[in-house]
Design a protein around this ligand. Structure first.
Ligand code: 5GP
Ligand code: MG
Ligand code: MG
Length: 166
């Protein structure tokens, strides 16, 4: 197995600044509840919210889909705890693959009646998916990637860059 860098630390940093600006404008500078989809989005969320120009509240949610590199069924493991009714919500995920995970997250969050829901992913694979994200950091080829929060069997989340597993 070999790790080949696809997106460098510098490229990620630069892109997050422009993404954060666009997202802050989308919410007209109003307070946003950022919902981080665990575990993969934890590093992206930490960096993104620190570049946003609005006030933020942070919530977490966990939907599990992958076992190793195999895609399984989407399961809601942990739901947002606070009341988000009437709030501006930004759902943040690491990567959009089939879209199943983000679609599940959006439908669970919709039930809580927020005022506005927007979605943001760092990466989007070039393939067919069941939902689109409102904000996308980078479009990437349909390959398994790790780093910057994304794992393979719980390893490599700590890498500061995105790499393809070959
Ligand atoms: P989806 O439901 O869109 O098919 O998959 C979304 C979730 O699967 C992501 O949030 C991520 O946790 C995981 N995933 C999808 N593709 C990859 C990948 O290439 N690498 C890693 N490490 N996880 C992935
Ligand atoms: Mg995930
Ligand atoms: Mg994973």
């Amino acid at each position: 197995m070999e790790l080949k860098i696809l997106i460098t630390e510098e490229e990620i940093k630069k892109r997050i600044k422009t993404l954060a600006k666009d997202i802050s404008e989308e919410f007209n500078g109003e307070k946003v509840t950022a919902i981080c989809l665990l575990k993969g989005a934890f590093i992206f969320t930490a960096d993104l919210v620190r570049e946003m120009k609005t006030e933020v509240e942070i919530e977490f949610m966990r939907i599990k889909s992958y076992e190793g590199t195999e895609k399984g069924e989407d399961k809601l493991i942990y739901n947002v705890e606070s009341d988000i009714e009437g709030k501006n919500v930004l759902i943040i995920d690491d990567i959009l693959d089939t879209g199943g995970c983000l679609k599940t997250a959006v439908s669970v969050i919709k039930e809580k009646k927020p005022a506005k829901i927007k979605t943001c992913v760092l990466l989007e694979k070039e393939r067919d998916k069941v939902i689109d994200a409102d904000f996308v950091g980078f479009k990437i080829p349909d390959k398994f990637v790790v780093g910057y929060g994304l794992d393979m069997n719980e390893l490599y989340r700590d890498l500061p860059y995105i790499a393809v597993v070959e």
